[in-house]
Design a protein. Sequence first.
Length: 371
Amino acid sequence: MNGVTPLLDPAACRGRQARLLAALADRDLDAIVVVSPEHIEYLTGHRWDDRFRPLAAILADGSSLLVCPDKPAVEPAADDVRTYEAKWRSTLRNDQRAASAAVLGDWLAGRPLRRVGVEFSACPPHVGERLGAAALVDVEPALLAMRRRKDPDELAILRRAISACGAMYEAARGLIAPGVSELDVFSALQSAAVSSCGEMLTGTGNDYACGVRGGPPRDRPCQAGELYILDLGPAYRGYFGDTSRAIAVDGRPTDEQLAACERVCGALALVERLAKPGVRCRDIYAAVQDWLGGAPVGSWSSHLGHGIGLFPHEAPHLNPSWDDVLQEGEVIAVEPALYDPALRSGLRLENDYLVTATGLELLSPFPLGLT
């Protein structure tokens, strides 16, 4: 995306700015500055690709700035929109961060700054130098916590990304056969996703390798008897869908493959019964671990899932390495699996769900079968 037209609802973006200031009220901040593309989009409605170095800032009084490369954004959730020169005679500059930080410095000139919130994992020295002697406070944890619950404008984009997954699986089921190249499958599925979204993707997805647990597409033909795990995560306007299906390459799954598929489908049904706001993700993981442990073939030891949004893996984590609790408004990807050489080499089924007040709403109602 070029950042010229808004991707999110500007009114919702301003609401998120206000919520962020309220969440950080006890930190006594004079300003907040963000530079990561996902947080600029989340707070202003605009996104640029990684060739550019925009930034956004919010003062304690709620007034805001968006610094754009070359051209001002249209209808941004910002009170002041300024630009820096990202290109000279169409050549991209390599010092863009210094240029956009200089614009920030001009905007802040004369404003007393004691404490400023920044993203510790992303804030560069160019920005820090423009903040003078102000103490820097990490606001990234607060932003990540806010992003767990999706607003309606975010959910609309996520639904579009997930819908593209359905178009990709439909294309895959009509194409996959012995001898078909993984690269040809990848190309066809990208075309299907672009057609579904009606514009360029901002991310291509995850696993396109056949006969293995995952990986990028190879210059290799699919083989009869293999299961082709497609883990598809197209990103539409910065928001990632994330679903997985397994397809029998020759259309004739073995009894063992069918039994494993039935067991994994049962794991998804188990999550759908258990998951609701207030439930610990570790408890869901343990229940699924017990269920899959009784599978007639195959084993499982990976995570069960995660939140999705502006990053492929967000909170909550359905993973015993974290102790997250489900919240209403989250969108989660749930991906139980079974792997074994006898399964050539396994299957993973992944659905996306919205956590509602009463349980889960399925957002990816695509066929789960192996054919």
